[in-house]
Design a protein around this ligand. Structure first.
Ligand code: FAD
Ligand code: NAD
Length: 466
């Protein structure tokens, strides 16, 4: 195999593999190293894809069970969890193999093994039999992603005390599941197991879920999830988790010091993720980390070393697959002498629960903090004809526009298919659109997207259907 490259990408996740493909497209001789044994990173193997598969299948199960109220009588509906898990695994396998094909198609050399720095231009790759290969390179892109964090003194066993990885692989539906942390993972995985029959309790440190999200949406989100049967214990701190033969006891304290203990069969700890730099030997070449142990980069994704770059979850910014991908493309273009860039003001965030929640740009809280004057347009799915037709009317669209210029500054949606609707607002924001621009764009009828148009009309207090 070749051992001299112009660029080597360490990590084959959405940041790394996309970067490697773009580098190769730009005529740069590229290698990509991945230690997991399959490409696609956290996202394809143990993140976005398996969780979305289970979210979809558990939602189908839940819907089918409730069809008789809609005039569709069916027989006994039973869960076959191992078959459901096989379906999820099939989706993962197809996609990860697809990425391997894409690397091959683009002439990227794929090394299976763990990469580490020998020097700033030499990378050692150790395979699972500890056989070492040394390669030389002009540029290196660190794209080693992130790993889950636990609570102090508590270790994942991925059986009773699980991270998202264990929560995607449970062998049976827990009777009672405690979810520590009401963020993206806790609410998505909590929804999956709740729909499949578990009693789910979310223990959250703050007084609201999904920190950073527009507060009005976050409040509505919690209200809807409560209605679905998920229990929330806000402003509770986990003090200790004691394992027993049947499961675990979670000891918590609320803000006033009152103790509450939860017996359960599974505890999911979803309190965030940390950058993964272990084993890279960054100290050997003097790469600087920031206060959160992320690889420190400048606007061009360059570290303190000239030829070493970093992207994705291992650097600052939201830990999202599309953010990592866009950084992968941008850094490849910068390395090729072009002017790649990422617009961090228009990175959407989507929670794939039912209903979905989607956000882009500034929240009301951020605008207030920055003293920016804004107008609000809102439209409820209750008044959207498509939503009414299929009886899926929970949620609303909220658009925030600059008071003077009408430029769209942010949009926050909760409701059916809003993870898709946010794309339209992203394009509008990239083009610097005003809410008037969205309002004057013809939207097909009857579609959920008409709620976006109506919310834009509502910025100027002229929504038609409310
Ligand atoms: P990663 O995907 O973590 O990839 C890094 C890769 O580098 C890994 O495969 C790792 O094995 C490899 N690696 C590490 N060290 C080495 C080394 N020394 N040598 C070789 N290889 C190495 N984001 C979304 O946008 N949408 C979602 O719906 C979503 N759902 C998620 C659900 C879950 C349960 C989780 C855990 C995450 C989810 N995310 C989602 C986040 C998303 O997965 C990450 O933001 C994304 O994968 C980051 O991409 P990355 O390329 O930076 O890192
Ligand atoms: P998160 O940051 O989304 O949420 C963590 C939650 O845990 C927060 O609400 C926080 O207040 C709470 N918390 C922190 N410490 C706590 C403690 N000691 N006790 C109780 N609560 C505590 O983190 P996550 O859910 O673990 O997800 C990690 C990252 O993965 C996310 O930030 C997101 O970027 C990514 N992700 C994205 C998606 C998606 O895009 N749909 C899905 C899953 C994961």
């Amino acid at each position: 195999m070749e051992n001299k490259f112009q660029a080597v990408v360490i990590g084959g996740g959405p940041g790394g593999y996309v970067c490697a493909i773009r580098l190769a497209q730009l005529g740069i001789k590229t290698a990509c190293i991945e230690s997991r044994g399959s490409l696609g990173g956290t996202c394809l193997n143990i993140g976005c894809i398996p969780s979305k598969s289970l979210l979809n299948l558990s939602e189908e199960f839940h819907k089918v069970k409730n069809l008789s109220s809609k005039g569709i009588d069916i027989g006994d509906v039973r869960l076959n969890l191992s078959k459901m898990m096989k379906n999820k695994d099939k989706a993962v396998s197809i996609l990860t193999k697809g990425v391997e094909f894409l690397l091959k198609k683009n002439n990227v050399t794929y090394f299976k093994g763990t990469g580490s720095f020998k020097s700033k231009n030499e990378i050692s790759i150790k395979d699972d039999k500890q056989k070492e290969t040394l390669i030389k390179t002009d540029k290196v892109i660190i794209a080693t992603g992130s790993v889950p964090v636990s609570l102090p003194g508590i270790e994942f066993d991925e059986n009773v005390i699980v991270s998202s990885t264990g929560a995607l692989e449970l062998k049976k539906v827990p009777k009672k599941m405690i979810v520590v942390g009401g963020g993206y993972i806790g609410l998505e995985m909590g929804s999956v197991w709740s729909r499949l029959g578990a009693e789910v309790h979310v223990v959250e440190f703050l007084d609201h879920i999904t920190p950073g999200m527009d507060r009005e949406i976050s409040n509505e989100f919690m209200k809807i999830l409560r209605k679905q049967g998920i229990n929330f214990h806000m402003q509770h701190k986990v003090e200790k988790i004691i394992k027993s033969n049947v499961g675990a006891k979670v000891l918590t304290k609320d803000k006033d010091g009152n103790k509450k203990d939860f017996e359960c069969d599974v505890v999911l700890i979803s309190v965030g993720r940390k950058p993964n730099t272990s084993g890279l030997h960054l100290e050997k070449i003097g790469i600087e980390l920031d206060e959160k142990k992320r690889v420190k980069t400048n606007k061009s994704f360059r570290t303190n070393l000239d030829n070493v770059y970093a992207i994705g979850d291992v650097i600052t910014g939201p830990m999202l697959a599309h953010k990592a991908e866009d950084e992968g493309i941008a850094v490849a273009e910068i390395i090729a002498g072009q002017s790649g860039h990422v617009n961090y003001d228009t990175i959407p965030g989507v929670v794939y629960t039912t209903p979905e929640v989607a956000s882009i740009g500034k929240t009301e809280e951020q605008l207030k903090e920055k003293n920016i004057k804004y107008k609000i347009g809102k439209f409820s799915f209750m008044a959207n004809s498509r939503a009414k037709a299929i009886d899926d009317t929970e949620g609303f669209v909220k658009i925030l526009a600059d008071e003077k210029t009408d430029k769209v500054l942010g949009a926050h949606l909760i409701g059916p298919h809003v993870g898709e609707l946010i794309g339209e607002i992203g394009v509008a924001m990239e083009f610097g659109a005003s809410s008037e621009d969205i309002a004057r764009t013809c939207h097909a009828h009857p579609t959920f997207s008409e709620a976006v148009k109506e919310a834009a009309l509502s910025v100027d207090k002229r929504a038609i259907h409310s």
